[in-house]
Design a protein around this ligand. Structure first.
Ligand code: FE2
Ligand code: FE2
Length: 273
């Protein structure tokens, strides 16, 4: 089945050329069906940094690999207040993509990108009911697929004190009803994968956070990214961390899809929709 490479927090402007080349070499050596990039493409949302991010995306596309990208809080100007409040995504849409809710569907996967960053004063981001519902509509139209959400800000945290995106609990309830399997996020610069078992309806969503792939903005762990390898009823989340000379598999976690519950919820969701 398909593989997805999940990279995040590129922060062009603080990137390492060595890491950029190593990441692209990895992608070329084992091309996934999709590269999902969960935001913070730039350090300060400058035109120059977006140009560098665009060039990086061009190189992924030239490898014949699809890319799905959502912006992060660093892709909104911090100090230019007029731009920040009135046209927060102007440079992102000029250089990266006009689509702030990108989707990807193939035989195995339905992937919904959600923009949780915005031009407001907090860096934690937010998700509206309309945004969550749009993702759920994609999933309802793709009932046989693994269903993935890609966003910058985490919806669930486990091991470290940090805030989740505003609106997380309501969005998670919707995602759960729509049989969402996996949520890919970034923002913390710390890799983490878990399947919290406390979802009220029992369909446990797998939370996957990626660290920073190529930036010097480290928070206590080496650069890295995730490779997700799907089989019909399980997904292996492989954390590829930087060793000093290349990326290597540092941790592999395998999660079940909870297929029985998914079928039950498919039926419930169809009646609610
Ligand atoms: Fe970041
Ligand atoms: Fe961020």
């Amino acid at each position: 089945m398909s593989e997805v490479v999940h990279v995040s927090d590129l922060h062009f402007g603080t990137e390492s050329e060595v890491l950029v080349e190593a990441l692209l070499a990895d992608l070329g050596a084992a091309p996934p069906a999709l590269v999902a990039i969960s935001g913070d493409l730039t350090q300060r949302a400058t035109a120059e940094q977006f140009k560098a991010a665009r060039a990086f995306l061009g190189r992924i596309e030239r490898l014949g690999i699809a890319a799905l990208v959502v912006p992060g809080n660093h892709d909104v100007p911090l100090y230019d207040l007029a731009r920040r409040f009135l046209r927060p995504f102007a440079r992102y849409t000029d250089y990266i993509t006009r689509n702030l809710a990108p989707t990807f569907v193939n035989a195995d996967l339905a992937v919904a990108g959600i923009t949780t960053a915005y031009g407001g004063l907090t860096k934690n981001g937010k998700i509206s009911a309309v945004q969550a519902a749009a993702a759920c509509q994609l999933f309802a139209a793709s009932p046989s697929h693994w269903k993935l959400v890609v966003a910058h800000h985490p919806f669930e945290v486990a091991n470290h004190a940090a805030e989740v995106v505003e609106g997380a609990e309501a969005a998670l309830a919707r995602f759960e009803r729509a049989n969402t399997d996996v949520i890919l996020t970034g923002h913390f610069h710390i890799a983490h994968a878990a399947q919290p078992a406390a979802r009220p309806a029992g369909h446990d969503i797998i939370s996957v956070h990626a660290g920073t792939a190529i930036s010097s903005r480290l928070r206590g762990e080496a650069n890295g990214y995730n490779r997700l390898s799907f089989s019909p009823q399980a997904v292996s989340v492989i954390h590829r961390g930087w060793t000093g000379t290349g990326f290597a598999d540092l941790q592999v976690q395998t999660f079940a899809r909870h297929a029985t519950l998914a079928v039950e919820r498919d039926q419930l969701y169809a009646s609610e929709f």
